[in-house]
Design a protein around this ligand. Structure first.
Ligand SMILES: Cc1cc2nc3c(=O)[nH]c(=O)nc-3n(C[C@H](O)[C@H](O)[C@H](O)COP(=O)(O)OP(=O)(O)OC[C@H]3O[C@@H](n4cnc5c(N)ncnc54)[C@H](O)[C@@H]3O)c2cc1C
Length: 366
């Protein structure tokens, strides 16, 4: 694909127009801001915009879009700039419309299990606010500590929990957006059943900022799960680790995530961090016993609101495990969980650690 060099479209007269529409403090042409918005996390690409505008309201965003529409100036919406597909890069120059000042959590509605947020809210911030009132926003991109909810919608982001909970699109009930001509549209709403007409909410999700600027989002929340159980399970080879996945699914266990970590990766992580991770030298289960979880570390993690115990604090052997053992016949009883690293104390202390275990290992979270 040919990428055209940016044209000079944002003249001083246009800058003045933008400033009069949204205020001086929302329009930036300084080198530092231009440079920051010239790239995202996509490797080695740099496209400086001519101006960066940071509206504080939907009306301001609409005013910017109207001016750009009238003068045919390219506009690229931008969230936190953590994207890996180059969507936030202003390849045609023009204006970057950054939503970083649209960053309010407008409502956490615990009666209806919904949240109303602006697009510049950091994903983890919403998750923490929801958890504080016993609710749960499951989509978990690994960048959740820095990316924005608006960017998550535009990229339909998800993480390991997608296996059980789905991705961003599964939690969006409605949104407000500004179209290229500056008109403001509202799709969906604060309701669960909304079956009539075109599903324009979902059309905008994953559209990478090409169809509209999202300025308000209504999200579905879940009750915060009361228990979490993490199992670290060593396997002798990739094949037996892979074979365990359908076995778990067929056992009717709806797990939150399954993560595979090879011992080489665990070792490299240890070397990088300069500290040892739990069970990194554990021998794998013998090849003739591939599906038996001979070495298994169940860790119960209660969510803080239900018990006052946080991940990383003392996690006693799970009292849920016997039922899990019934559902996964080869899961060992928790009370017999063996420790490679010695004491019970050292086992329980691993609850908040990254998963790390033996040769060709996998960790299963439920
Ligand atoms: C270390 C790291 C880990 C990551 N892990 C994951 C992961 O596990 N899963 C995953 O899915 N992604 C992951 N990503 C990619 C990235 O974080 C996500 O795509 C994230 O959703 C982007 O959000 P953002 O706010 O940074 O958006 P940006 O990068 O700023 O923008 C991304 C796209 O969204 C558009 N956009 C942003 N805001 C709006 C808006 N309000 N209205 C319309 N369009 C908008 C932009 O134009 C652009 O096309 C990771 C990135 C990094 C650097």
């Amino acid at each position: 694909m040919k990428i055209h060099p940016p044209a000079i479209t944002v003249t001083p007269a246009i800058i003045a127009l933008l400033k009069s529409a949204v205020g001086e403090s929302c329009v930036h042409t300084d080198e530092e801001t231009i440079e920051r918005c010239a790239s995202d996390e996509t490797e080695d690409l740099r496209f400086p915009p001519e101006a960066v505008v940071m509206p504080e309201t939907t009306a301001m965003a609409a005013a910017v879009m109207r001016i750009a529409y009238e003068y045919r100036i390219p506009v690229t919406p931008r969230g936190a700039g953590t994207g890996l597909s180059g969507g936030a890069l202003p390849v045609h120059g023009g204006i970057v419309l950054s939503v970083e000042k649209l960053n309010r959590i407008l409502e956490i509605d615990s009666r209806n299990l919904m949240a109303v947020v602006e697009p510049g809210v950091i994903t983890q911030e919403l998750q923490e606010k929801a958890e504080a009132v016993g609710l749960f926003y499951p989509p978990d991109p690994a960048s959740r500590g820095s990316c924005f909810i608006g960017g998550n919608l535009a990229e339909c982001s998800g993480g390991p929990r997608a296996v059980k909970y789905g991705v961003t699109k599964d939690y969006v009930l409605g949104l407000q957006a500004v179209l290229s001509d500056g008109s403001v549209v509202n799709h969906g709403g604060k309701l669960l059943k909304n079956a009539t007409g075109f599903n324009l909410t979902q059309l905008l999700i994953g559209s990478e900022g090409t169809l509209a600027v999202i300025t308000k989002i209504i999200l579905r929340l879940l009750p915060l799960p009361r228990h979490r159980l993490t199992l670290l399970i060593p396997f002798p080879d990739l094949e037996s680790a892979a074979a365990a996945i359908p076995a778990i699914m067929n056992a009717g266990v709806i797990r939150s995530a399954l993560e595979l970590i090879e011992q080489a990766a665990v070792k490299a992580t240890e070397a990088h961090l300069g500290r040892s991770l739990p069970y990194s030298d554990a021998p794998a289960a013998p090849p003739w016993l591939p599906a038996r979880l001979t070495y298994c570390l169940p860790i119960r993690r209660r969510n803080s609101r239900s018990s006052g115990t946080c991940a990383g604090q003392s996690a006693k052997p799970s009292n849920r495990s016997p039922s899990i053992k019934k559902r996964i016949p080869w899961c060992p009883a928790t009370t017999s969980s063996r420790s490679y690293a010695g004491s019970r104390k050292s086992q329980t202390g691993t609850a908040s650690q990254p998963y790390a275990t033996a040769t060709r290992a996998t960790a299963i979270c439920m």
